[in-house]
Each structure stands twice: as C-alpha cells, then as structure tokens.
Design a protein. Structure first.
Lengths: 258, 261
C-alpha cells in the first residue's frame, strides 16, 4: 500500500500528463470538445427522465436532480473502469520499450475521469438552480463520498487492468457487468420502491454505501449516518487493497503478455 | 574493482520466456484447452547466464545474429524486463533508445510529446521545459513542433525522438539498432552526438549489425550466441569471431560493409 502512495506521488507529473492526454484525445476533432464532458450526462439524464416520468407513476420531485446526483458518480465509476481495463493493454507498446511504473496507467485513467466528474458538477448545480431545488449546505460534504468513491474505483481499476492483460474477454464481460450493476444500483430509482423483503439483497451491493452520500447531500440535504460512512470507507479500502494486491503481484509480468 | 567506475554490471542474467503453443487468448480457449488439458508450452531461454561489466566512459557494442538475445539483454539493462534470475546494477541515469519514438503519441503535438516522453523516462516537468528549446533546435523541425506528430515525416519523427532521448543528458545510453534508419545526414548527426557523448565520458551500450560502426566507435564488443556470451574483448576480436562463425555457418549471408567503413 505504501508503494502505491509513494509511486503515485513520485510519478504525479507523469500521471497528470497522461490524464490530460487521455482527455485531449477523447475530445479531439470534436467541435464541442470538452463540452461533451458536460453534455453527455445531461443528454443521458434527459433520456432517462423522459422514459421514467412516463413509466413510473410515483415520481420523485425534481427527478433530474434526484437522478443526476447518483448518475454522475456512477458515470465516473463505470467510465474509469472501462478505460482502466484497457490501460495496460492499450499502452503495451510503451511498456515493452520503456521502463515505466505500470501503476501510472490505471491511475491516470481514474484521474482523467475525475476531471470529468468534477466538471459535470457544474451542470448539476445549474439544474439544481433552474429547477428551484433547494441548494443544500450538505454539498460541502461531497468531497467525502468523492474520496471514498475514488478509492473504491482505483481498487477496481487495478484489478481489471491486471486481469485484462491475461484474458482480453474481461473488458467485454466488464461492459455487461456494468450494465447489470447499473440497474441493480438505486440510480434511476429509489431503494424505497423496492419491497422490504428484497431490500436486503440490494444492500449487499458495496457501491451504494459509497454513492449514497451524493444523493443525500445533493437531493435530500442530509448527511449519511456515521455507520454508512464507515461502511463506505471499509468497502473502498478493501477494494483498493485487493485490487492493488493483484496488480502489484503481476505487474512485472505484464510486459510478456501485452 | 572500484565500484564508482562501473556503469553497468550484469551478473549471471538469465531470461526465460514461456512460449505457449497457441496460448489461450480468450476464456473460451482457456476453458476448452483446460478440459482437454492442452495448455502446453516450453520454456525458451533468450539469455542464459550472461555476465559482463561496462565501465564508465566505455562504448561497448553488442553483436550476434538475429535471435541471439541482444535486444532482450538490452531490454533487461534498460529495466523493461525483469530477468528471471540474475542481477543488473545500473549506476547513473539511463536513457533507453530501444525504439525511437516509443513514448510518442500521434495525436499530440511535438511539444507535448517532448514533455510526455521526458516524464516517461523519469525526468521532471521542470527539467523538460528547461531543455525544450535545445531539443527543438536539435530536432530541427521548425514550426511543425506545434502540429500533431502524426503529420510528421518519418525523418522528422525520428529526429524529434532521438533529440529527446539524448538531450536529457543521461549518464548511460542504451541503443538498439535504431541508427540504421534515417537518411545519411541524420545518421551523421546522431553519430556526431554519440561522439560528443563519448568525449563527455558517458557510457554507451549499443546493438548493431554494422561491423563498421563497431570498429569505429566501440572500445570493446560482446558477442552473443544463442543467448550465451561467447566472446568479450576488443572490437576486432569479437568481429573476427562473429564473422568467422557466420562464414562457416551462413556462407550466403555476406556482411555488407557499412558506407563509411
């Protein structure tokens, strides 16, 4: 673990440069450029709002705010994973020719998506204002769930980046897993809609503890209980510990398989 | 031997590769192979039990036929591969020229690539920015420096890559055959720079197929055969052993003399 923090600090300039490179390339040759980072979640929100306001009888007030408060962190999580799964394989040419700390690639993938997440908080704030949803002081609490989510995401990205080196199917399977995971996580709906007897199963999903803070802070103007904060950091660090353990054990072999 | 005078010390290094016969690349293949128990591989030693020392300020050539393990050895020295057994000690900063432009990204501009490349080699942003002007001057690509690298000609691309790798002023340069490419004036420029490296007392380890280059630049040469070090000595000795061997086993492959030899 100390290795992770030490190397992340040591290679911070490289990680930052790689993250910016990724963003630059993602929005290259598009007229709107970085605006897409903001537009993408907005458009997805419009679609989902349109669908669910017609399908779901019991509407949440200010559904867009309700939805986006979870959709944005989820987008960060799923995009980071998709990018990171390819991060070692995609940089194979580099790994084969230059001596470089392997962890910079998944970390850079997470950093670039973090920039996206932070940028997308701007349109969220605009929508909150536009819908006259109260601007809760609990927004100030958001750095806490952002930290927990980042730690969890890093753990998952290390794991998937490593296993994808050995079996390229992983990145395909990951897409399906993320799809299913999206629907079993209360993002487009509230856990209140789930009958009490099934709720226990939904609570086995570690990411809800981590993401819960976003919805509470932005939509409900509440703070999570300290138990759920502890639970979120336990899940996050467990994921990081396991993910980095797998990555670290294998990192010197990557060069032979990419 | 005085430790301070050693630049590279390779001790009994062996590099094994697992050559899997039809390695299962997907889970489906893994499953089907697993049930039929057909995951077969053999171990292949690209480099076996090689030891040598390069002193500071020396230029050492690495020669041998294709597949003799030269590039693998160079990658081990550069830290790209971690050897299966054995140890490599490198004393000082090392710039690898395994392949020109390995760290270049085609969508980024030349200027952006200078920074990214430098960071990848372990230099700080500050250092790279302070050297940027000199790198651009040596690469001599004019206003193209702010265009994406994908629009560069091959020559421009290589000049930039070579310029970045050598302008950072490493103590040790590890070069893999790259100098065989590029036009004559570029090659001249590269060799001028290698000469100035030598004059500055820097260490160079390089792989080449040009015996002319070995004779002209190397203090010593190492001959590899099938992953083993067979000759370590003066450039002339190693060349003689190499050519003698090649003449016996490969009578058709006559070594082409380098243009300057």
């Amino acid at each position: 673990m100390t290795e992770l923090f030490r190397d992340t600090f040591r290679y911070r300039e490289l990680i930052w440069a790689l993250a910016l490179k990724e963003l630059k390339i993602r929005y290259k040759r598009s007229i709107l450029g970085f605006l897409w980072a903001l537009l993408n979640p907005m458009l997805l929100m419009l679609v989902l709002t349109a669908v669910f306001s017609t399908l779901m009888p019991t509407q949440q007030v200010h559904y867009p705010v309700f939805l986006l408060s979870m959709l944005l962190p989820w987008t960060f999580f799923s995009q980071s994973l998709s990018y990171a799964a390819e991060s070692i394989v995609g940089n194979g040419d580099l790994i084969k020719k230059v001596r470089v700390a392997k962890l910079v690639f998944p970390v850079a993938a997470v950093v670039s998506n973090m920039i996206n997440l932070l940028l997308s908080m701007i349109p969220l704030a605009l929508i909150v204002v536009a819908m006259r949803h109260p601007f809760h002081l609990t927004w100030l609490y958001l750095p806490v769930p952002i930290l927990a989510l980042t730690i969890l995401t890093l753990g998952a990205t290390f794991f998937f980046a490593a296993v994808n080196v050995y079996y390229r199917d992983v990145s395909h399977i990951l897409q399906i897993v993320l799809q299913v995971w999206f629907y079993v996580t209360p993002i487009i709906y509230s856990l209140d809609y789930i009958p009490q007897k099934y709720r226990i199963y939904f609570k086995l999903n570690p990411i809800i503890y981590v993401m819960n803070g976003f919805r509470l802070g932005v939509y409900y103007g509440m703070l999570p209980t300290w138990e759920s904060v502890v639970a979120s950091f336990v899940c996050a660090f467990a994921a990081l510990y396991f993910g980095f353990w797998v990555f670290r054990r294998r990192q010197h072999e990557f060069v032979f398989y990419v | 031997m005085n430790n301070d005078s050693v630049a590279i010390c390779v001790e009994n290094v062996t590099q094994k590769f697992r050559v899997i016969h039809e390695r299962p690349d997907t889970l489906r293949e893994l499953f089907s192979k697993f049930f039929r128990k057909q995951v077969t591989y053999h171990e292949f030693e690209a480099v076996s039990g090689v030891s040598f020392t390069v002193r500071k300020g020396e230029i050492v050539g690495l020669i041998g036929r294709n597949g003799s393990g030269k590039s693998t050895l160079l990658k081990i020295v550069a830290g790209v591969y971690r050897p299966t057994t054995g140890q490599v000690l490198v004393n000082g900063t090392l710039a690898p020229l395994i392949e020109l432009g390995a760290g270049m990204h085609h969508e980024l501009t030349g200027r952006e690539n200078i920074l990214l490349n430098g960071l990848l080699m372990g230099y700080s942003k500050e250092e790279m920015l302070s050297r940027e002007q000199k790198i651009i001057e040596f690469a001599d690509i004019g206003e193209f420096i702010d265009s994406p690298v994908k629009q560069y000609s091959t020559g421009m691309y290589m000049r930039l890559a070579f310029s970045v790798a050598t302008e950072v002023n490493p103590d040790i340069l590890v070069v893999d055959e790259i100098l065989a490419v590029g036009d004559f004036s570029f090659q001249e420029k590269c060799f001028d720079r290698l000469r100035s490296f030598r004059e500055a007392g820097k260490t160079i380890l390089f792989v080449t197929h040009s015996m002319g280059q070995i004779e002209e630049y190397c203090d010593r040469a190492i001959l590899l055969e099938k992953g083993r070090l067979t000759v370590e000595g003066s450039a002339a000795e190693a060349i003689k052993a190499y050519l003698g061997d090649a003449a016996v086993e490969e009578p058709i492959l006559v070594e082409t003399p380098s243009p300057r030899a």
